[in-house]
Design a protein around this ligand. Structure first.
Ligand code: AMP
Length: 321
């Protein structure tokens, strides 16, 4: 598979790298690392990383402008289904490669490199680069590190194994970068977000079955002076609460006229509940977009029911997203 992907990269003069909507560091770092590595090894090729950016991640790297493409290769990173690919007109591409670590949803690539046991798409790319012996540099190594660290929540999840650490160690050793600077790029945040985090801790409702949830309305978002995306991303900060096995943030997104539901678990797998509401994701880190708070509460009821049948002794540490 690695050889076939490299062959396709060599074959095309124009290459576009996309990823899922609702950008996160693993998706962004995957596409930027791939773009930069292709540019470094094949300077004559035109390579772009596209998609809607986010001010929050602007210091990680710059995306390219959308253009019209002809006879181009499309590489989609970190996205299991076509409908969630950001800003891509598939008809403009002659060949499609998917590189992803989500559970399989649908085939849309001519070549699909999927490893749903990998901590992150960046980890898959680390292996690909190692096997194909493409030249890389320290800034590419830093991007891959940031994506892996972010999606594994700093090596917290079961998706990290000895290979994850070995790859991280190899890249850090061979292509060193300032590790604390990488963490700043990922984790520095404004006081307003920390204050909202305090609000969530104080106001999260917790059911008898161990379901924690909070509605973050647009009024709250305004009151704390954060944006809807940052509010939704707070879900990852509420792991390891003894009384809470599954936790959910329900965030109003006025701009897109939808409610973002983010779900995490260190108990039962929750992706099937997210799928029932046209969402999806990993077994222990899923999400959905619903039309109203009422729909979100139906999802909450389903999760609480799931928890009511769950045997506490089966508790696990969640996988990454
Ligand atoms: P979030 O909590 O929004 O960051 O989402 C966690 C994970 O769930 C993402 O990495 C996606 O894999 C998945 N996910 C979120 N929203 C959706 C959706 N509407 N449809 C399919 N998968 C989703």
């Amino acid at each position: 598979m690695y050889k076939k992907i490299l062959k396709a990269i060599k074959q095309y003069d124009t290459i576009v790298i996309a990823r899922h909507i609702g950008v996160d560091p693993d998706a962004l770092c995957s596409q930027l690392a791939l773009r930069d590595v292709i540019k470094l090894n094949f300077p004559e090729k035109k390579v772009s990383a596209i998609g809607t950016g986010s001010a929050k991640f602007s210091h990680i790297g710059k995306l390219d402008r959308l253009e019209n493409y002809h006879n181009a290769l499309l590489i989609v990173a970190d996205t299991p289904d076509k409908r969630r690919v950001d800003s891509v007109d598939f008809s403009q591409f002659s060949y499609i490669i998917k590189i992803d670590h989500h559970p399989f949803v649908e085939e849309f690539g001519d070549l699909e490199l999927i490893d749903d046991k990998a901590s992150s798409t960046c980890e898959i790319i680390m292996k690909f680069l190692l096997q194909t012996k493409l030249v890389i540099n320290s800034s590419i190594s830093e991007l891959l590190f940031m994506g892996l660290v972010s999606d594994s929540n700093r090596f917290l999840f079961n998706s990290c194994n000895s290979e994850t650490f070995a790859l991280t160690s190899y890249y850090l050793d061979k292509y060193p970068f300032d590790i604390s600077n990488a963490y700043y790029k990922l984790y520095l945040r404004p006081l307003s977000e920390v204050r909202l985090e305090g609000y969530i801790s104080s106001n999260m409702l917790v059911t008898e079955n161990g379901l924690g949830y909070i509605k973050i309305t647009n009024d709250i978002i305004q009151q704390f002076g954060v944006d809807s995306a940052s509010a939704g991303n707070m879900i990852n900060n509420f792991n390891f609460i003894k009384e809470v096995l599954v936790w959910v943030t329900i965030t109003e997104d006025i701009k897109n006229k939808q409610i973002r539901v983010s779900i995490r678990s260190r108990g039962p797998a929750i992706n099937h509940v997210a799928e029932k509401y046209h969402g999806g994701g990993h077994k222990f880190a899923s999400g959905a977009r619903v039309a109203s708070f009422d729909d979100a509460m139906k999802l909450i009821d389903d999760l609480d029911l799931l928890l009511s049948h769950y045997n506490l002794e089966d508790e696990v540490i969640e996988d990454g997203n």
